[in-house]
Design a protein around this ligand. Structure first.
Ligand code: URP
Ligand code: ZN
Ligand code: ZN
Length: 487
């Protein structure tokens, strides 16, 4: 199958130019003005559209077993929905239960993900520690293309990782040249606040944000950053949702520490008023962690994105349908945490970011694709339009409009957190491995066509230098031994 996309404007992280692009055998083969049509090639007219690298969502949870249930979106439906919004690769998470071997969990997730329609990769969570975890981290890096490990600082009595585990894992990641990522919320504090709030008689979804204030995220973000600094490892914060965490990231970056941070599209445009909805279901639909924040946090997050303090955008796509959310009808602590949006991320960011002038089209490519490809080491195979790269791309119509709704979306969930939002800027065509998988409103996906993408570890020079000299070059003081005092 070969395709020539003609007449569009190529937009990458670096530049914008009028050019055609020719794809064959799953790869980009030629880029240039007025390319000849090779015999047998399909021609797509991209007049009025932009051609960009397909989106990479570096944070999703397809069919995740969590809080007594399983996320409703599976790897096939989720990667298909992603295509309809212009996203061609996801990085999902293997999350071993406490005591479960990392390799066993990894193999289980690889089995589930065989049905994926689009390319994917896995971060692996470290949820507990012993020698087998140390060993499996090495095997995953060396033999299975895993270069990032996740640490949940929240979800006490489930998958929470204490400081000792964090330190062991960060040290091991440094040896391996892997990237550490964290969900930054102080889980002990959340546990305490949840109990206090529940005992005050606040049992509904409004209790959720009250038990997870921004300070809880800021403290954990700062703690993880400082631990990473002392151990000399790069760090990536997932779903940065508030000023407190953004300030910790900003300070570290300005001090020269290698810290990366992600923001979710939904945290940029939805505020905490959703939890005050008198309709229980409507409020519970927004229960995710960290929670939606008061408006001033969104403004700060946009500025963080503009300033390059936040480098990637994700969705944390983790769908639970209304009946699943109702497990917490009498107790907000039992509402499964998670929201969807893998289909909507690119349009929401284009509409609220590019159309408002906050971001350029090139910025958009960086934050939806290229930066994630570089940070997680799949660039330029992904995240670029260079010759030889995977032909994962999106023909983006900046004028097309859509009103987001659960009644028309492709995600396997019975509501949409953006319900009724009108967005301008949509994927007209999406190509995955050089094949059209989304065409003018129609999905053409194939179960199992997605490939697992290896992500090699980083060379050791990529590790952060320890910032403080006395830690980097420890020396002992040479002393005379004191005379042994007579007893
Ligand atoms: O509420 C959320 N975010 N659920 C998914 C698990 C996680 O914390 O990323
Ligand atoms: Zn999380
Ligand atoms: Zn998550």
């Amino acid at each position: 199958m070969s395709i020539l996309i003609r007449g569009g404007t190529l937009v990458t992280a670096e530049d914008t130019k009028r050019a055609d692009i020719y794809c064959e055998g799953g790869l980009i083969r030629a880029v240039g003005p007025q390319l000849d049509v090779p015999a047998g090639a399909r021609v797509i007219d991209a007049g009025g559209c932009m051609i960009m690298p397909g989106g990479i969502d570096p944070h999703t949870h397809m069919e995740l077993p969590f809080m007594g249930t399983v996320a409703s979106e599976d790897f096939f439906s989720g990667t298909s929905a992603a295509f309809s919004g212009g996203t061609t690769m996801i990085i999902d998470f293997v999350i071993p239960g406490p005591g479960e071997r990392l390799l066993d969990a990894y193999k289980k997730w690889r089995g589930w993900s065989e049905k994926a329609a689009g390319d994917y990769s896995f971060h692996v969570a470290v949820t507990w520690w012993d020698d087998s975890v140390h060993e499996d981290m090495g095997t995953l890096c060396r033999e299975h293309g895993v270069n990032s490990f996740k640490h949940f600082m929240a979800y006490k009595n489930a998958i929470m990782c204490d400081d000792e585990t964090l330190i062991n894992s960060f040290s091991r990641a440094r040896e391996l040249g892997a990237l550490c990522t964290v969900h930054a919320e102080n889980g002990d504090l959340v546990y305490r606040l949840q109990k206090e709030i529940f005992e005050k008689g606040i049992t509904g979804p409004e209790g959720h944000p009250l038990s997870r204030p921004p300070e809880v995220e800021g403290e954990a973000a700062n703690r993880a950053i400082r631990i990473a600094e002392v151990l000399g490892v790069p760090l990536y914060l997932v779903h940065t949702s508030c000023i407190d965490a953004l300030e910790a990231v900003t300070r570290a970056r300005l001090e020269g520490q290698r810290v990366f941070a992600e923001v979710l599209a939904q945290h940029l445009v939805i505020d905490s008023s959703v939890y005050r909805n008198p309709d229980w279901d409507a409020a519970a639909h927004y229960v995710m962690s960290p929670p939606f924040r008061p408006r001033e946090h969104q403004e700060a997050l946009w500025r963080g994105l503009q300033a390059g303090m936040l480098q990637t955008t994700a969705t944390d796509h983790c769908c639970f349908c209304t009946p699943q959310k109702r497990a917490g009808l009498d107790d907000f602590r039992q509402i499964p945490n998670g929201t969807g949006g893998v289909e909507d991320r690119m349009s929401v960011l284009w509409h609220h970011g590019v159309r408002t002038g906050k971001l350029t089209a090139n910025d958009f490519v960086k934050i939806t694709s290229t930066n994630a490809a570089q940070i997680f080491n799949v660039y330029p195979r992904k995240g670029s339009l260079s010759v030889g790269a995977d032909a994962d791309l999106v023909v983006w119509d900046p004028d097309a409009r859509r009103t987001i709704s659960a009644s028309t979306h492709h995600q396997n969930i019975d509501f949409n957190i953006y319900e009724g939002m009108e967005v301008q800027g949509l994927a007209a065509y999406t190509l995955s491995q050089g094949k059209v998988v989304w065409e003018q409103g129609e999905l053409k996906t194939e179960r199992g066509a997605g490939r697992y993408i290896d992500r090699p570890c980083f060379p050791t020079y990529w590790s952060s230098q320890r910032r403080r000299n006395e830690l980097a070059e420890p020396t002992a003081v040479v002393r005379e031994k004191p005379e042994q005092a007579a007893v």
